[in-house]
Design a protein around this ligand. Sequence first.
Ligand SMILES: [Zn+2]
Length: 367
Amino acid sequence: MLSQLVAIPSVNPSLDPAGDGEGAMAAFAAGWLRARGLLAQIEEARPGRPNVHAAAGAGGRDLCLCAHLDTVGVGGMEIDPFAAAVAGGRLYGRGAYDMKGGMAAVMAAAAVLAAEGPRGGRLSLALVADEEYGSVGADAYVRMHRPDGCILAEPTDGRLVLTHKGFLWLEVRTRGRAAHGSRWDLGVSAIGRMAPVVAALEVFDRDVLRARQDPLVGPASLHCAVIGGGTGVSTYAAECRLQVERRLLPGESAHAAAAEMERVVRGAAADAEVRPYFSRPGLVGAVDAPLSRAVVGAGTAVTGAAPPVEGAAYWTDAAIFAEAGIPAVIFGPTGAGAHGSLEWVEVDSVVAVAGVLAEATRRFWGQ
Ligand SMILES: [Zn+2]
């Protein structure tokens, strides 16, 4: 089944206009799940961007297993991205690791639980669109469904990830005064006014943010990511725009981080404008929460060893579930090459994750 998933292209069309999108993947998954006794339906997160919601059981606690349908693009890959070649216990292809391996584990666990007949709880599957770009799929899913907990099978190499960073995007704008390049007496370069802002942000990153440490995910950070300004070499630049990304520690407020960055920018250029335009919170989890205990207990029972508990530097859809009041953790298979030129997943780890997800669900239900 994983080979079939990898063979169906689902490159996110917001990342690559030539990408196929999630439609064929969603149709395949819904059909596969219906054939195994689950109620499965396609829900459009946006026109042309489908989620699959599937369910089994009635009454009791509702545990959601989540995977994303989309992948990043295939440019620069050194293998056939859709051949799903298997060699040495590894399955190769775009999305094998991030995260069709996890999706196969989620679907297999759901099939096992549906065949058993869920007792004392309900199962939901969230197969969502657009995780690799804007997460419109997860955003739509939590507006429509309210499970009591969610396990995302993003690839974690068999570790239980309870916490990860968030992020904040801001634009800084400085203004100058346009003038002929010879008119030093009239012109003011907006780029020249941005230079001390960039320098101040670099110092703030190095001296303040790097000292702000979380024991599981490391330090906060920022970087100046995109800059532009000026219209021609003989004209004083009237405007300069800088996009800055700030990575937030779990629990850090985007609002407070934006206010803090505005102070740093204003200290370097008093009339610079600072506009926060997008943010996502981090994920904060507890090892003694019922969902964490269910996964640790299941991992121990299925694999013989408790999964290591970790934090992650990257962001995931888990934060969207958590922000909606649904406790969420991340546990998935082993491999390498996410977004890279040589992507693979260890087949045995996909089977093990499927077993852990099914057992964690039973435990979360109280069986
Ligand atoms: Zn992913």
